[in-house]
Design a protein around this ligand. Structure first.
Ligand SMILES: [Zn+2]
Length: 385
């Protein structure tokens, strides 16, 4: 899903990482709520485009964490109320720890988790699993206490690890899932399937064929599927569309969109090399932020109180920042690589979750936000990313 961008970013990072253990501190505990989920919208709230190995429920955050062995994954859970983290396991006498989770533990994932595929909806944690033997990618879910693991359906076989793209959203009894396996030489077809969670049947409701095409950022809004569609492997600048599930027709909203969010039932989206627009689905649009730099890597996130923009357009990585968008201006820039390396992955109500590099490895950390949405503190967790 966000794999390609993350790869680019990882390459950039290799040149700039200097290991720098940041001072940790413990801050006030605060209860936060998912107050920005309108009943007729589901989307991957809070995801910065670089990665989304984090999913959020009302009570906590779920992380895709790594065991000691390479390519082995488990799910870690962080309780919002207590700020305690643990493997997602319901077994009383399990020997699990955040350092070591074995195959018998509820938290253990058999196979690989596709980057960016963790998603929480209504009591279940969904993810896309890649079987490391036959490369079949399948939609799976785990109950929120970890006790039930359910295979839902196979999606597509992806032998060429890294050139496959998935994006999905869950709404009521259905999963809408796009998949695309990019063939670098020929045309490929990207499809959206409607998967019935009760009988596990699926049907293709939309397909598009072009050279190196893929769908990203699929969301559900008022019986429409909204998504970005790209061609020529150019996932960083794609066009914004919606597919009307009632009328069974697809319409373009705008060109060259690198990111979009919903704010108070309006669509807010970032047009590359132009600016940030607000639109209601009727075709009217209004520019709310002017920006003419190269913004192919821009990313917007909303947490119910503030809009944050991740600015990756600068060629010098020193200048990459996350900032609040307020009254048409980007304010309170936090530079991601000034004192240490912070890769933003998820925005919650009271914190921005990042990955950070320490002498011991990569860990998830929190940039804690104050009442106004400014960053007030940094806390490194014991969950390894
Ligand atoms: Zn366990």
């Amino acid at each position: 899903m966000k794999d390609f961008k993350k790869k680019i970013f990882a390459i950039i990072l290799i040149f700039i990482i200097n290991i720098n253990v940041t001072a940790c501190s413990v801050s006030e505990k605060k209860v936060d709520n998912l107050n920005y989920n309108n009943t007729n919208i589901t989307e991957k709230n809070g995801i910065f485009m670089l990665g989304s190995e984090v999913a959020e429920s009302d009570d906590g955050y779920y992380f895709c964490a790594k065991t000691k062995k390479p390519s082995e994954f488990f799910i870690a859970y962080l309780d919002k109320r207590t700020n305690e983290s643990m493997p997602l396991c319901s077994k009383i006498n399990c020997s699990h720890s955040l350092e070591n989770v074995d195959e018998d533990c509820d938290a253990y994932i058999d196979g690989e988790v596709i980057l960016g595929s963790l998603f929480y909806y209504d009591g279940f944690l969904y993810y896309i699993n890649r079987n490391t033997t036959n490369y079949m990618c399948s939609l799976c879910r785990i109950s929120s206490d970890g006790s039930e693991h359910e295979w839902i359906c196979d999606l597509v076989e992806t032998p060429d690890n890294g050139n496959d793209y998935f994006s999905y959203v869950v709404y009521e009894d259905y999963v809408y899932c796009s998949s695309s396996v990019v063939n670098m030489d020929n045309n490929n077809t990207t499809i959206i399937e409607k998967i019935n969670l009760a009988d596990k049947s699926k049907e293709t409701i939309y397909s598009y064929t072009a050279k190196e095409t893929e769908i990203e950022e699929l969301s559900f809004y008022d019986n429409k599927l909204v998504f970005r569609l790209s061609e020529n492997y150019d996932s960083l600048a794609s066009d914004l569309y919606y597919y009307d599930l009632n009328k069974k027709e697809c319409k373009k909203i705008d060109n060259d969109v690198c990111s979009y969010i919903y704010v108070d039932n309006n669509l807010v989206y970032w047009v590359c090399n132009d600016g940030i627009y607000e639109s209601s689905f009727d075709g009217d649009k209004k520019k709310i932020y002017e920006i003419t730099d190269n913004t192919r890597l821009g990313s917007l996130v909303y947490n119910g109180q503030n809009i944050y923009a991740l600015n990756l357009y600068d060629n010098t990585t020193d200048n990459i920042f996350i900032a609040r968008l307020e009254k048409g201006e980007l304010i309170d820039e936090f530079y991601c690589f000034k004192d240490a390396v912070y890769i933003p992955v998820y925005l919650g109500n009271d914190r921005i979750i990042v990955e950070t590099f320490t002498a011991e490895g990569t860990y998830y950390a929190f940039l804690l936000l104050d009442e106004e949405g400014k960053i007030k503190d940094i806390v490194i967790t014991d969950i390894k990313g």
